[in-house]
Write a protein that binds this ligand. Structure first.
Ligand code: GTP
Length: 335
């Protein structure tokens, strides 16, 4: 069975980190995000097809240099074709019933159970769904038993037919290709799912703990999910001189005097002075001076945060220098 990973979006909500880096390669627990998807393959999956558009060469080169257990084929879309068009574009690489994953979703789904459910329900497609408190930012399903009777993308609060949302994991029969127009951008959620309802679209309700990693807050939620599930750890080659509130993950070559945690990830070679960091990530080679406070933020690769600065709910771009004693709340800090 093939797994198609839809990973070609611009990732605008994670800018400036995605200005020079495809979202699929954004580090999450110090590994490119897309590798977390490859950790949880469907049963009998022998090939992964990555549908990529934005910064295709970066993704291709990354996988060319990587040893993987399964064959990975990176397919370029010369123009962005949307989530549905991306699937149509890889039709020739698919040989039978196939699975699809959004490249920016972190979850605990049992893919084998999803595939088994799909085969039993005999629809054209199955969507894994999960309940959330506020479904308005997602695709929401109405159900009759397990059969989807309506799919509404990002509904108004009063129009959400349930609290069950699309968890970004699917299984399709090849028949799905007949429902996607060729040669133009097509939205899977807005155009294809509604068309699949009459022939048979089903909902698999056991998606399990789930988060997409497409915004700052959902990225940090994914990080918490993974740290709570797998635990963190401090690399042997890291030096920690103060206090750690687990779970935290600290890579090799870090020198840290800060109070860290919980839910903090430091990439390789970060230098961190006497400061406080909670619920945050520093990418490789970032440095943070004394008396800094960082909360719910991402600090880009090689960025430097000056003494006494405060960062909350903010993203700092790669290589950016944050001046001392400045305060950033809900900011995107770029050079
Ligand atoms: P934002 O710009 O922040 O909305 O992010 P995004 O462009 O990644 O869009 P979104 O999060 O809605 O996309 C959901 C999934 O579909 C992600 O894994 C994207 O990488 C992927 N995706 C979105 N648009 C395209 C496209 O045109 N082509 C391909 N191949 N993938 C896409």
């Amino acid at each position: 069975m093939e797994l198609v990973v839809i990973a070609g979006g611009f990732g605008t909500r994670l800018r400036p980190l995605t200005l020079r880096r495809p979202k699929a390669l954004i580090p999450l627990l110090n590994r490119p995000q897309v590798l977390h998807v490859l950790d949880r393959l469907p049963p009998d999956c022998d090939r992964v097809i990555l549908a990529v558009n934005y910064l295709y060469e970066r993704v291709r080169d990354f996988f060319e240099a990587l040893d993987t257990d399964v064959e990975v084929v990176v397919v370029n879309e010369p123009e962005p074709l949307g989530t549905g068009g991306a699937i149509k574009n890889v039709e020739e690489h698919v040989s039978g019933t196939f699975a699809v994953a959004n490249g920016d979703v972190v979850d605990t789904i049992d893919f084998a159970a999803l595939v088994k459910f799909h085969r039993k329900s005999r629809g054209v497609g199955t969507i894994a769904v999960t309940p959330v408190e506020d479904p308005t930012a997602f695709g929401v399903v109405a159900l009759d038993g397990d059969r989807i009777t309506r799919f509404v993308e990002k509904p108004q609060e009063t129009e959400a037919p349930s609290s069950l949302i699309n968890a970004g994991r699917y299984v399709f029969e090849p028949e799905v290709f007949d429902f996607i127009d060729e040669g133009r951008a097509v939205s899977l959620e807005r155009e294809v799912f509604p068309r699949l309802i009459p022939p048979g679209l089903f909902a698999f309700r056991e998606a399990g703990p789930w988060s997409d990693a497409g915004t700052l807050s959902s990225y940090l939620e994914s990080q918490r999910l993974l740290l709570d599930r797998d635990g963190g750890g401090i690399a042997k080659g890291a030096e920690i001189a103060w206090d750690v509130l687990p779970p935290v993950l600290v890579a090799d070559g870090c020198f840290v005097e800060a109070r860290l945690g919980p839910h903090v990830v430091l990439g390789r070679g970060c230098k961190v002075g006497r400061c406080v960091i909670r619920n945050a990530t520093l990418f490789d080679g970032a440095s943070v001076d004394d008396k800094v406070e960082i909360e719910s933020s991402i600090i880009g690769e090689g960025a430097a945060v000056g003494e006494g600065a405060v960062l909350r709910n903010s993203i700092v771009g790669d290589g950016v220098q944050v001046p001392p004693h400045t305060k950033h709340v809900g900011a995107k800090v770029d050079a």
